[in-house]
Design a protein around this ligand. Structure first.
Ligand SMILES: *[C@@H]1O[C@H](CO)[C@@H](O)[C@H](O)[C@H]1NC(C)=O
Length: 284
């Protein structure tokens, strides 16, 4: 009797301690929402990778469980905001630009970089999702233990959506999709062949730029801003809708990449090709 109640008290004390330690780490800002550019990248990666939308609530609260979806989401968001690259690996600069406190703390940076090197070395080489995640995890641990995210970044307005932003998204999506060099050379000439990789790339660019959505289809007003010079919006919209609707019955509803390729690329081929050719030297 006596020994079981001692045990109960001990268990309660342990639970209380656990509780205290979680609340105190939370007060360092680990559970603060990530800065806006990271939140936006997370949102487009969740859509693009087809991860259940309600996971985004966790990510928006800086909670990143260890599972395959989350790891690949971190890789994708890392490529977008610049803390991960499959070829170059973990890039602390990409995090410095998001977290001013980290940028000002070179000791924390070193600690994160050396932690990332060690952890990434233990991942099997082809598993880029696990590597990106492990690097990011080192950052999260350091954040929990010290520097906070108290001072928000001075509010940056998102970059204006224009040709340069379109090209930037193409380069980012080519990395996410692991597009081989031969295909990238074709893209630089404004040619986007109807193959699996390219269909995925077009959908990625569409989701990332907001020009396309799996449910709503092409965003015609935004496309008009980008491509509509010299036409009335009504004409532009009418032509766009004719093409989008004409292609609708041909499509396998399940294949999201094929939908995006037809409705976004096929219906705006000339404009997309011209834009890309005019800016090909900007494609890294
Ligand atoms: C998460 O953040 C993104 C970007 O700020 C926002 O668009 C989205 O609605 C948020 N989602 C949830 C579930 O909190």
């Amino acid at each position: 009797m006596a020994s079981s109640s001692v045990q109960t008290v001990a268990t309660a004390a342990a639970l209380l301690l656990m509780h205290l330690s979680t609340t105190s780490s939370a007060s360092f800002g680990a559970r603060d929402p990530p800065p806006p550019p990271l939140r936006e990248a997370q949102a487009s990666c969740v859509k693009y990778l087809g991860i259940c939308e309600n996971r985004l609530r966790q990510y928006n609260n800086s909670i990143y469980p260890v599972d395959q979806d989350t790891m690949c989401m971190v890789r994708c968001a890392g490529i977008i905001v610049g803390f991960w690259d499959d070829a170059q690996g973990f890039k602390i600069e990409g995090l410095n630009s998001l977290f001013p406190q980290l940028a000002a703390d070179s000791r924390a940076q070193q600690q994160i970089v050396s932690c990332a090197e060690k952890r990434i070395a233990t991942c099997p080489p082809p598993d880029t999702c696990a590597k990106a995640y492990n690097g990011f995890r080192c950052f999260l641990d350091a954040q929990k233990g010290g520097f906070g995210v108290r001072e928000p970044l001075p509010q940056q307005s998102p970059p204006p959506f224009d040709a340069a932003e379109f090209i930037r998204s193409l380069s980012i999506c080519a990395k996410i999709q692991r597009i081989p060099k031969e295909l990238q050379d074709l893209y630089a000439q404004g040619i986007f062949p109807n193959d699996e990789k390219t269909r995925g790339l077009i959908r990625c660019v569409g989701i990332r730029t907001g020009l396309y959505d799996d449910e709503k289809g092409p965003n015609v007003p935004l496309l008009y801003n980008l491509f509509g010079a010299g036409q009335s919006e009504a004409d532009f919209r009418r032509r766009a809708n004719v093409c989008i609707n004409a292609n609708q019955p041909l499509l396998e509803a399940q294949d999201k990449d094929a939908q995006a390729y037809v409705k976004l690329y096929r219906c705006f081929t000339d404009q997309i090709s011209a834009l890309v050719r005019a800016n090909a030297n900007a494609m890294a």
